[in-house]
Design a binder for this molecule. Structure first.
Ligand SMILES: NC(=O)c1ccc[n+]([C@@H]2O[C@H](COP(=O)([O-])OP(=O)(O)OC[C@H]3O[C@@H](n4cnc5c(N)ncnc54)[C@H](OP(=O)(O)O)[C@@H]3O)[C@@H](O)[C@H]2O)c1
Length: 263
């Protein structure tokens, strides 16, 4: 399959590398920055392009891996070259409705890899869940075949399922990571290194193999240790923002474990 990658960021880089590894042909890589397009294109054995009007019409699949808000704009610019071609985006949160920007496109879909991608990091793609959708049944098969080559976890999902999947991913990854950031700044108050938290973080995640997140909850909010909660809030005096986050999460844990608090 001849593939054009529109975007040269985190997802395009990881996806491009894996597609080439399994024998697919990436023919072109687009970025608004020619050096950026060239860097990835060279690695993938493709041609770089920095102008969307220069995108080739001779590919089978166009993967749009650009910022969510730019997908519609990109579609409008490439529409003339891709009218009878399969065009997908990689966004978790963008509904398939975005393709209505160009009503003439009739072979569209989604190829959403559910993982946090950072260009500079190595990543094992074979376990990444690939969530696929297509406007036509035949194209769903094409996407399924392609996704199965790069991962053993392929899911056919709907727009509504993807929306919930994405919000869930924001909670478990983006928000959790921000909580790591807060934890790190708390340690910084007393010149303690973040590495001290790593075994705790690893075990928090490892435990999830053995039970539901709810069953694995520990800490003062689930134990009803009110004095500890008050001490923490006092420690955070002067950081009203952190107190607010602490109170909201404590309240939510209490609500989720309401049975404990009844006794
Ligand atoms: N990163 C993740 O963990 C992840 C996971 C799953 C899905 N996704 C989805 O994958 C897509 C790409 O995410 P990413 O993390 O790869 O983003 P990224 O690393 O920030 O790269 C975004 C790419 O979008 C291009 N772009 C931005 N605005 C543009 C515009 N107006 N016109 C044309 N190109 C534009 C950038 O172009 P230049 O090269 O010209 O700067 C860049 O190549 C998004 O839809 C995102 O939701 C991301």
């Amino acid at each position: 399959m001849k593939i054009v990658l529109i975007g040269a960021g985190n997802v395009a880089t990881h996806l491009g590398r894996k597609l080439v590894e399994v024998g697919e042909e990436v023919v072109q890589v687009f970025s608004r920055s020619l050096p950026k397009a060239a860097a990835l294109a060279t690695e993938l054995g493709a041609r770089p392009v920095d102008d969307l009007y220069g995108v080739t019409a001779k590919a089978d699949l166009y993967i749009i891996a650009v910022h969510d808000d730019a997908i519609g704009e990109v579609l409008k610019k490439i529409e003339d070259f891709v009218l009878d071609k399969l065009v997908v985006h990689t966004s978790g949160s963008t509904p398939a409705k975005v393709f209505e920007t160009v009503p003439e496109l009739n072979r569209t879909g989604v190829f959403y890899p559910l993982q946090t991608f950072t260009k500079e990091r190595q990543l094992d793609f074979s376990e990444v869940p690939i969530c696929i959708q297509a406007s036509q049944d035949a194209d769903l098969l094409v996407l399924e075949e392609l996704a199965s080559k790069i991962s053993s976890n392929v899911y056919k999902i709907t727009d509504a399922q993807r929306a919930w999947l994405h919000v869930s991913a924001v909670f478990v990854n983006n928000f959790t990571n921000h909580l790591f950031n807060i934890g790190n700044s708390c340690l910084g108050k007393k010149q303690l290194p973040f590495e001290m938290l790593m075994p705790l973080i690893r075990e928090t995640v490892a435990k999830l193999e053995d039970g539901s997140p709810k069953d694995m909850q520990t800490g003062p909010a689930v134990r009803k240790d009110i004095k500890t909660i008050e001490r923490h809030l006092t420690l955070l005096n002067g950081r009203g923002d952190l107190q607010e986050i602490y109170r909201v999460l404590t309240k939510h844990i209490k609500r989720a474990h309401a049975d404990n608090w009844k006794h």
